[in-house]
Design a protein around this ligand. Structure first.
Ligand SMILES: NC(=O)c1ccc[n+]([C@@H]2O[C@H](COP(=O)([O-])OP(=O)(O)OC[C@H]3O[C@@H](n4cnc5c(N)ncnc54)[C@H](O)[C@@H]3O)[C@@H](O)[C@H]2O)c1
Length: 382
């Protein structure tokens, strides 16, 4: 098996999920590469060394440029905040490295377009970690839709609800709170949470043609951790939009960090002519399915426990009845990336796929600003 040397940028939440994915993938999947945790990069050398020791990285760097320039690094994996994605990805592509990047791809579509151009002109393998596609229940939903079981789709409904920024004492910016700093994050829940909902939605139901949105920033100013001053808050705390898909179906999307009681409630529902599907991240190993063609006496919502070896990815795990969780979605994504890379292709979502999401989030923010319907991005994005 060929070794693939990984340079990981960032040791936070996603640095852990990705490191776990690369450590575990060969234990469960027959992939043609053996990822080697070669270099861990983060700005704090001491904490980077601790993380590297825990996960088995061979080297530590505090400047990502050293990782990108390293001749023995094959793959640069970007798990750092959004303002770092474009610069690192473009440099890595120019250096001929494979590039994996966390979502959202860029802080806006203009940044993402430059990233797409860089990986495509360098011809390097690339992927964005929209990991919810790799939840087995969501993958099963995709199979059911592609088999035509739902028939014509009328409605798509998605929500991503959290409650961690309600306190007005919470500062913005800096470690752990960069998501509240618009300069770093690009946007608030639109790019952070709705981006996930939009990626899944377009994968399941095709391109979004137009949107009309409203956003709100409930806490208008917060102390900035880096300047120590109270500064205006530039992110959207809540974002809601209506959408029309290219296939004629209608959608509602909602994301907020002000839904008291909800921690990471990502839900989606699809209503078709014949059948409907509901999925809920808090119960991620189940898919709710209603089929109107069932015998009327027995018709009702089925709650399918996605643990059978016939279910997507599940034959790689335990015996039927035993479920898997969040971290496995990243292992699935790493497996798909490595298999595709060995064949000289990309696993979806590629940078170009992720750019389509950024066209939608840009349109959402534009619509919220001018209170109108906005057509989404260039035609080729749909
Ligand atoms: N796929 C998902 O479900 C998901 C979930 C959470 C976060 N994310 C995305 O992952 C990325 C990271 O988010 P997180 O929650 O892991 O953040 P985090 O704050 O937990 O960790 C960020 C890491 O980046 C490092 N870092 C910051 N600037 C750096 C620089 N210039 N050079 C090197 N390292 C740097 C920090 O030291 C830290 O280790 C973001 O783009 C975020 O949107 C995706």
């Amino acid at each position: 098996m060929k070794e693939l040397n990984v340079g990981m940028i960032g040791y936070g939440f996603m640095g852990r999920t990705h490191s776990n994915a690369f450590s575990q993938v060969n234990h469960f999947f027959d992939v043609p590469y053996q990822p080697v945790l070669k270099t861990l990069c983060a700005r704090n050398a001491e904490r980077a060394r601790d993380f590297a020791a825990r996960w088995g990285y061979e080297r530590v760097e505090t400047d990502w440029r050293r990782v990108v320039e390293s001749p023995d690094i094959d793959l640069v994996d970007i798990a750092s905040p959004n303002d770092t994605h474009a610069e690192i990805a473009i440099a890595a592509a120019r250096a001929g490295k494979m590039v994996m990047c966390e979502k959202p791809l860029g802080r806006n579509a203009a940044e993402s377009e430059a990233m797409v151009k860089a990986v495509e002109s360098a011809g390097v393998r690339n992927m964005v970690w929209y990991n919810y596609r790799r939840v087995p229940a969501v993958m099963l939903a995709k199979q059911l839709i592609d088999e035509g079981r739902l028939g014509r789709i009328f409605h798509y409904r998605a929500k991503f609800l959290q409650d961690w920024t309600i306190s007005s004492d919470l500062p913005q910016g800096g470690e752990g709170l960069w998501r509240l700093d618009a300069a770093v994050a690009g946007s608030g829940v639109t790019g952070d949470l709705l981006a996930h909902c939009i990626d899944t939605a377009m994968w399941l139901n095709g391109g979004i043609a137009e949107v009309t949105a409203t956003t709100e920033t409930f806490i208008k100013s917060r102390r900035h951790n880096l300047t120590g001053k109270v500064e205006p808050v530039g992110i959207d705390d809540a974002s809601l939009f209506l959408a029309r898909f290219g296939n004629g179906s209608l959608a509602t999307f909602e994301a907020t960090r002000y839904a008291r009681g909800h921690k990471a409630l990502y839900t989606l529902e699809i209503n078709g002519e014949n059948a409907s599907i509901i999925w809920d991240l808090h119960d991620l190993h189940r898919l709710q399915y209603f089929d109107h063609r069932d015998e009327s006496r027995l018709r009702g919502w089925r709650s399918i426990h996605i643990t059978d070896s016939d279910h997507p990815y599940m034959k790689h795990w335990w015996v039927p009845g035993l479920q898997i969780g969040y971290e496995h979605t990243f292992i699935h994504q790493a497996a798909d990336f490595l298999s595709a890379a060995a064949e000289g292709t990309n696993a979806a979502p590629t940078f170009r796929d992720a750019l389509r999401t950024d066209y939608v989030t840009d349109a959402v923010l534009e619509s919220a600003g001018n209170r109108s319907w906005v057509k989404v991005g260039p035609l080729e994005a749909k």
